[in-house]
Design a protein around this ligand. Sequence first.
Ligand code: F6P
Length: 322
Amino acid sequence: MNINNIAILTSGGDAPGMNAAVRAITRYALGNDIKVFGIKRGYMGLRCGDIIEMNLRTVSDIIHRGGTILYSSRDPEFKTPEGLEQAVTFCKNSNIDAVVAIGGDGTLRGAISLIKKGINCIFIPATIDNDVPCSDYSIGFDTAINTATEMVDKIRDTAQSHEKCSVVEVMGRHCGDIAINTGIAVGATSIIIPEIECDFEKDVIERIKTTQSMGKRHFIIIVAEHCADSFDVAKQIQEKTGIQARTTILGHVQRGGSPTLRDRVVASLMGCRAVDVLIKGKRNRVIAKKCNNIVDYNIDEVLELKKNFDYKLYTDALHISI
Ligand code: F6P
């Protein structure tokens, strides 16, 4: 099947580097005589036909910008049979030969439901959570961990001056990658993540007391969201150790900002690959990063995959944060 028209959408939580991917797809496709349409607000735009034709200049001056020029949303309507049908009808009526969907887990599930209805979809992983199972890397993760590290460094200055404990909650949904990587980078005394059950007395209180007895005067505790109540963590630390503790929830600051070099490059290469697979006549592919290479898989192959967690990261982090 010849590919004449493609549509690009960004969906779910935005991630720095989405714009770089949109730019690469647009320019690579136009260079191969494929028309490109931008769908606004993810699957919602696909349902409602909110579409713009892209040209070389639509994507000028965006490679360095966070967020997504196509806007994003989480669209409950699209998950209904009627909503899905609306999107399918729109694709068919507009002669869209393929949809390139950029986002996280939810976006992948959306692409799979379109595929089941006969719409050709290519998925590109982009989420700060880095939780897409088939890919070692998701666009936006590097920027997010750099932002989190920068923020915790600032918090650390004041924790050090006042000899306090800072409990910092980071995002990640149900994945501890942001927490563990930030935790290593800031020398956190304890890191609470969903992949490892936390024994609060042993993993937090005892570690604080032990490191304090070895001369440590300020403490950073990183908590991955949904793993614990960060305010309660600080309260318990204060009660059980006598060290003043404060909580900071980093929140959406982690999703914003100019993408790092790594995110711009990965996004650009994944964008080109998405168009390449379409030109080669492949259908329904997931673009992924594996062992430093950009690869593509059949979407069916990735459904059963689980995200690997590197336990050594956790044990090494504990060994060196004493
Ligand atoms: O998936 C990205 C993410 O930022 C998660 O880390 C977080 O749990 C969620 O989105 C927050 O979503 P929202 O901004 O819709 O509340």
